[in-house]
Structures are given as C-alpha cells and as structure tokens.
Write a protein that binds this ligand. Sequence first.
Ligand code: HEM
Length: 434
Amino acid sequence: MTTMSGNDGPSVDDIGERGWFTPAPREAAPAPGTAAPHGGRPEDGAQPDAAGRTDAVAHSDTELIRATMAELEQTPDAAVAYFYALLFVQYPHLRELFPASMDTQRDRLFRALLNAVRLYDDGPRLTAFLAELGRGHRKYGTQAAHYPAIGECLMATLAQYAPQSWGPRTEAAWVRAYTAISQIMIDAAAEDSLHAPAWWQAEVVAHERRTPDIAVITVRTDQPYPFRAGQYTAVETPWWPRVWRNYSFASAPRPDGLLTFHVRAVPAGWVSTALVQRARPGDVLRLGPPTGSMTVDHDAGSGLLCLGGGTGIAPIKALVEDVARHGTHRPVEVFYGARRGEDLYDLDTLLGLARSHDWLAVRPVVAAGSATGDALTGRLPDAVRAHGPWSAWDGYLSGPPGMIKSGVRTLVGLGIPTHRIRHDSLEELVATGA
Ligand code: HEM
C-alpha cells in the first residue's frame, strides 16, 4: 500500500548522497568546429547548435541522448526486461510498489523515462507533464529516495543495451537529464503532499449497465476531490491491487461531490472488466489525483467543437455541463461517434442537454451501414468536415488514439491552429512511448 499525505519520504536534499545523482556541473560548450561529422559516434564530439550558440550544452546532451535512444530501439523488449530484473534484484523492496503481474504494462515506466528524457528540453509543456507525473507517483508509494535506484538501473541498462553510443559524455548527458526530470517530479510531489492526499478512497454508490460492455459508475470519495471538467484520474480496484487505469470524469464537479465514470470492458482489460462486471455499490476503489489539460478556458469566447468517440463522450459531456454552469453560453457543437447506433449509450442524456440549451448542438455519427434514427453515417472526421466552417472554433477531442490522431489532422486541415486543439495525448504518448 502507498503512504498518505505527509509521509512521502525524505526531502529532495537527501538524494544528493549518491554521487551520480547529484546534479553535475554543466560541461563547457564544445568549441565550434570540434563537432563530429554527421553520422560519427556521438561520443566523438558534440554537434554545435544550429543557431551557432556557444551555450549548446543542452543541445549536445539531446544529441547524445537521441543516439542512445536510436540504438536502444533495436532491442527495446530485452532492455525493459533487463531494467526491471536489475531493479528488483538490486532493490527488492521496490518490487511491492509494482503490480503482481507486469506482463502487459511493465514497459510503461521504462518507456516513459526514455521518452521524457528525449523530450526533456521541450519546455513548459513537458515540465507541466512531469510535475503532474510526480504528483501522480505518490499513489504508487514512490518516495524521493527511490529515484536514485531507478536512475542507477536505467544507466546500467543503457550501458548494456546501447554500447555503441555509451561513454562518459553520454552518461553525463543522461545523468543531467534524469536528474532534471526527477527533480521536477520530486519537487511537485513534495509540494502536493502539503495539501492533498496521495490517493482518495471512493465507494461505489451506483452501478448502471448501459450496454453489455459499458457501465456508468458513480462513487463517493472519503475526502473532497477537487477537479475540473475534462480531466481524468487513475482508478485501482480491490481485485487487481496496484494496477491503475485512467478514466475521465463524466460530469463537471457536482454540488453533492459525487464522481461518475463511463467504463467499457475491453478484452484482456483487467480493471475495466472488473469495473463493468464485478463492481457493486459498497465496493471501495482508490483514485489518484485529477490529471489532464483538456479543460475549458472560460476567458475565451470562441465556440467549442467537440469530438467524442465511444466512452470518450464522458469528458465531452462534462465540458458541456461546465459551459452550462459557467453561464457564458458559447456555442458548443458535439459530434458523438460510435460504430453502431446501440453503442451511442449516452445519446439520450446529450440530446436532453441540447433540448435545454439552445447554444448546444449534438450530432450522432455511426459507421456507414449501421444508420439508426437521425444519426449521420460515415467517419467522424468526414461528418465534421461536412459541417462548419470551424476555423474560429476551439477543438476538443476524446476517444481512442486513432480517432484523436485523425481528428486532430482534420481540425488542423479545417484551419484550427494546434494551440486551440485540446486532448490528452501528450500524456498518453509519453506514457506509452507511442
Ligand atoms: C524520472 C523518473 C520517472 C519517470 C519519468 C516515471 C514515469 C512513469 C510513467 C509514465 C508511468 C506510467 C503510469 C503513470 O503515468 O503514472 C510510471 C509508472 C510507475 N512508476 Fe514511475 N517514473 C519515474 C520514477 C519512478 C520511481 C522512482 C518509482 C519508484 C520506485 C516509480 C514507480 C512507478 C510505479 C510503481 C509505476 C506503476 C507501474 C505499473 O502500473 O505497472 N517511478 N512511471
């Protein structure tokens, strides 16, 4: 079990005890002209910054790190297995933080480490992501003192599986990157522990099967749970300890404090199947902190173009409720996609909202050949394209990764700039390495 707030381990200063983890002084920038020729071993010298900056240390770090990544990608599974084997042999007490069976998800942490390191100079967006990741790690029982162990095993794995690009300069670059990433996560967790628990207990108070595969589950938390419409959280069931899966809140914050999730049981989905088929009122789940940036900017006046696929409609409904409560009544258009008419399990709720709010339009879309009622037929992006124009609208997308990818492409093609399109796939991409 993880620890509650205020018991999250030593302060960040304690970590400096391990030499390699202590933030290393930055190396001097390489003299212009000493860079390795393109394609040479990165260890042979650093590339100068494209802009000719002399302060190109971070840039040369990135080059070295990318070279390691490229080499590692040739044997990713073996490297992941080696990393965890090493971690659990060297630090057996950390085994209990991880799920009993790690067959399906065991590369998430490792891949995230690699991707976060790869992106570590990507600026404020990555910093915000890492801070959220650090806060989220409190629910696993992660403590500041655990970071050196992970770092040490990561370095040993890289040395083993990327021998061509490994050397003192590359190692120094990785140590700097890992130290910077860890520091953001550790600081965010320490700050969070001052005012929030590491997790919340949540008792199931209602469980409604909408289709054989989909349940609408309402829970009451043991402490107030502050969140914003459009966010999601990690959920752990009593049947699969330490296995956490993400679900979006299906409503804006309610006066009674209850939270609702829409869950589809997916094949081999332990948590989703347990939540749909097994959970009953009285069962107690655990929730991580609220996460995600797919929230409404109430200072903007533009309309909201929302694409929701399958249970991805849950946070879209929450956003609609949020706009309704905020009272500005910006136009909102919802395209709700599913394979078949009977999969549009929440259509009645959305149509009810549309009847009460004249600023809201809801358009169901089902795959060609399965037309039902007033639903449009075809692909979701095509249905969006057939309406519009949308260039002055803000885009919100939620659904399976493929739908998000094609949806974003469509909205950009329709003239909506990327900074006005919201979805949570940076988190997904970094977490899964997709
Ligand atoms: C820079 C350091 C780290 C990074 C970038 C990182 C990243 C991640 C990511 C992205 C996940 C996937 C689930 C999620 O988003 O929460 C994850 C899971 C996890 N991490 Fe970390 N992590 C780091 C350090 C640590 C440390 C020090 C520990 C403690 C030993 C730890 C323990 C775990 C555990 C127990 C899981 C759940 C694994 C599972 O569900 O299979 N992580 N980590």
